[in-house]
Design a binder for this molecule. Sequence first.
Ligand code: GLC
Length: 434
Amino acid sequence: MKTYLCSIILLISSLTLPLHAQNYIPTPENLKSRQEFRDGRFGIFLHWGLYAMLATGEWTMTEKNLNYKEYAKLAGGFYPSKFDAAQWVAAIKASGAKYICFTSRHHEGFSMFHTRYSDYNIVDATPFKRDILKELADECHKQGIRLHLYYSHIDWYREDAPWGGTGRGTGRPNPAGNWSSYYQFMNNQLTELLTNYGEIGAIWFDGWWDQKQNPDFDWQLPEQYALIHKLQPGCLIGNNHHQTPFEGEDIQIFERDLPGENKAGYSGQDVSQLPLETCETMNGMWGYRITDQNYKSTRTLIQLLVKAAGKDANLLMNIGPQPDGCLPEIAVQRLKEVGEWMQTYGETIYGTRGGCVAPHPWGVTTQKGNRLFVHILDYQDKVLFLPLENRKVKRAFTFVDKQPVKYKQVEGGITLQLGEVPTETDKVIELQLD
Ligand code: GLC
């Protein structure tokens, strides 16, 4: 009787409580995906849309106040003749990345997949007529790499999308939009994305910040999140809102900064217990930008990946594919070189967690059980002190060639005798802890 009463009370309270006040309990499938996500440590972000044709990045529509009806005409000329999903996926896999995050629909409002809910999509509005997302998804599943989908909450094209801080000069008639129509549209599209493209590793939202000046704006995220988790319980939800995670989210995203840093200005928020991911660009822009050949060196990219892992975070590294459907050649070269490094050092990255020695200016540590990997990235000395307070070291050796490294137990930790000043991209010393 008592349990019966309890369940009635629970039921009533769950009906009367607003959804967001409920405690989200991730399912076992979801927890498993979180672990796989963390173990993978490295993903490639792809920003691709009509904006690739303008070749000035994905914000051109709002930055240049391009009229939405004029902008939409770009679709009639979008024919990425060299697009080959198999080639993309192979090049990305070669880097050692474990997942791809693809922009299914960015702020410009164009759907890079075949949707029933708007003609403004890759199949119905372009001469190309191929469902790019479908080809990419099939190839990801075939080649065994997970697929995540970026989905914009902002839409600078649709008349029913309420105006926020951006996209105000694109000529749409009604600033208020029609929220319920737009919300339904987004949920319809999310349903398509989670029904027609096989297993989706994550939905990566972006644009919440566009209504920041309007604190009463309700994005109705709890219901949207619940829909996603209902359709695919293992699908992780992340939102690039630059806040500490909201109820119902499964990962925490950082933009252009590692967790705990804030050079780019988007990341004052606390670091949560959820799996972490930092997104960065290989050059300076997300979408293809013809004038931006300022690619980060392979050394910088590897060090970024290592630093992320040392902060217990994944790195999501962005590439902006060209309008002809190719990945930029330099990007492909970088992918290959990072991959070569991962062939040797992947063991010190995949499946690890941030190590028990906190990040320092000289580098970071990653850890798998009793194996501590000391990643020395930038150090001008031959002796390195490691504050290993309560842990005893049993053995120390170079990770690559297993040569013993001399060490001394000292007050508050150990000192490692490096022999010479390290010049490698990442000198890794493995310690076996007691
Ligand atoms: C920003 C930008 C967007 C990009 C995203 C990636 O939120 O609005 O263009 O997609 O960052 O992190």
